[in-house]
Ligand binder design. Structure first.
Ligand code: ADP
Ligand code: MG
Length: 250
């Protein structure tokens, strides 16, 4: 089982990248699980026809001890199994706590043992890498970590923080930063800025995803580009990245 965490600043394109990757992995014939670990809870929306799914936190509240796997796991495009950890009511409680609770619930339900996926993708908000948001890179959840960033300073700043957190946990856990996914915003000198930042962080660019209107066209239909626009040049970019990710460590 390949366990991948995709981190990055809010709004940088984590969910877009992760859901297109999930669709790409499914096209390669893999059994895929995508777990949204962002209080926004919209990670899997474009795999579910544009609709949000009930989150683990919401369902724990609603169903209590009667909660079943079917209450929190939903099948999306390409058979991708979609889960949203969920978040607290704004201003009340810790956002990271939702992730911890969701992970504990999945373990309790023996979800991974039962479903035996080939790939698990965690889509994680990386603005603050506090206890909850660090959960996927601790305790053996994710092996390979990727950071999505553009050339904007704030997203590179978040990338640096995430890299620092992984290095800190690296000695104990086994998550490894495998590289940066450059999701372009088309700012001036973007490739050069990001290349230099990667040097400083001690990582490299593993893929460059162009800014492309096809993403919005697909999104307006509640889809990934792999579903809505299979002829789009974007599809091969995500598929190539998925294949490269699968080869890591093999
Ligand atoms: P995050 O999950 O990091 O908060 P999203 O994946 O929701 O960010 O992306 C934010 C917005 O940016 C989306 O609505 C999407 O349309 C747009 N976007 C992301 N990546 C691209 C891209 N490569 N080309 C065009 N638009 C993109
Ligand atoms: Mg998101």
């Amino acid at each position: 089982m390949k366990k991948i965490a995709i981190y990055g600043k809010g709004g940088i394109g984590k969910s877009t990248t992760t859901s297109n990757l999930s669709a790409a992995f499914s096209k390669e014939g893999d059994k895929v699980v995508q777990i949204g670990c962002d209080p926004k809870s919209d990670s899997t929306k474009n795999l579910m026809g544009g609709k949000g799914i009930p989150t683990v936190l919401e369902q724990i509240k609603a169903k209590g001890d009667d909660l079943k796997v079917e209450d929190i796991v939903f099948t999306g495009f390409g058979g991708v199994l979609c889960i949203e950890a969920g978040g607290p009511t704004p201003g009340v409680g810790c956002a990271g706590r939702g992730i911890i609770t969701a992970f504990e619930k999945l373990e309790e339900l023996q979800f991974f043992e039962k479903y035996q996926p080939d790939v698990v993708l965690y889509d994680v908000l990386g603005d603050v890498v506090c206890g909850g948001f660090a959960m996927p890179i601790r305790g053996g959840y994710a092996q390979d970590v990727y950071v999505v960033s553009s050339g904007e300073m704030m997203s590179l700043f978040a990338a640096n923080n995430i890299a620092t957190a992984i290095k800190g946990f690296g000695k104990r856990g086994y998550a490894k930063l495998q590289g940066l996914i450059l999701n372009k915003k088309n700012i001036e000198n973007e490739d050069e800025i990001v290349r230099k930042a990667c040097e400083e962080i001690g990582t490299s660019i593993v893929a460059t995803i162009p800014r492309c209107g096809d993403i919005q066209i697909a999104e307006n239909q509640g889809c990934t580009v792999l579903e809505a626009l299979p002829e789009s040049e974007m599809c091969e970019i995500y598929r190539a990245l998925a294949r490269d990710m699968m080869k890591v460590g093999k």
